[in-house]
Write a new protein. Sequence first.
Length: 336
Amino acid sequence: MICPHCNANLLRKQRGGRRCSACKREFALEPKESPLGLHDIRVRKLAERLGDGRGLRYTLMQLWYAAGRKKVPDEQRVFKRVRIGVGVALVVVAIFLMASGAAPAGVVIALGAPVLVLAIVGMGAARPWFLRRATVPMPVSYSTFRRDVVGRWTPIYAGLPPGAVDEGQVLPPPVDRPRFAALCPDRSVLACLVANNVSQTWAMALSDRIDQLPPDVPVIVLHDASLRGIALAGRARAALGSRAVVAGLSPRAVLANASALRLRESRPDDIAFLRAEPLSEAEIEWLADGWWSPLAAVPPAKLLTALQRAVERIEDAGDPDRRRAREVGFLTWPTR
């Protein structure tokens, strides 16, 4: 590991007690002990990436998703772990029976071999069923990340990682004369928008509830690619009519992007309402299998770009000249 203070290359024995043997300064995270294998320099690099090199602010939950996304197991790896676990458990039981004298070694071997074969065959037969039902969560919980990563970082560096904001401490500011509104149930996403001055930039009111939105302004609806997100979009369209501009994360976008974060919950019971939404059969099947992707996992730069495009779409709809100018590339940066 590289010391975050003096850049010394440290072996495990040279950084005992989370202290560099070269400069004697304490660091926050020991990668051998930290959730997700994080160390201080890795956190700084994640912070820089989330800031997009231009000082964008991000939330702790966005940092959690960025830190854990590459360690999320897919269902194939989950099944492999379960299969190995079953095999190891059977071997351990057999060894215990022989060592304790509860059963003669010959009997254990004679009975254990067929049982092991049946278990292997049975696991193979159960594989399709398992793959359609295995949950795929984040590798560590958000509460664990806050306790063991942020909780270690804060006292060492006297604050949060560079550019981070705590979504629990950020509230949407009042907007006197809003031109737009954004509806999003995810507090982390709202906090990211607040921290990046969306309200001031576009005179935009932010809310997590439909009944708290200002009247008579277009409402940009932001949501996860999930059953809950699709349901929110449907409710918003029903309540707001033409004022609702849905710009959330769609299952189609996730399925088309190999790098998108995919998580899986238990298969839902009620999916009938999906037939009334503008979704393809592939999207409905994906959601019905329990898959989802959180909007909070989208980096701030992409989130703000999506919001800007929604604003431009609204403005273009009310201004034909502006729409024609955008179509011919007016006010775009020249390529040569």
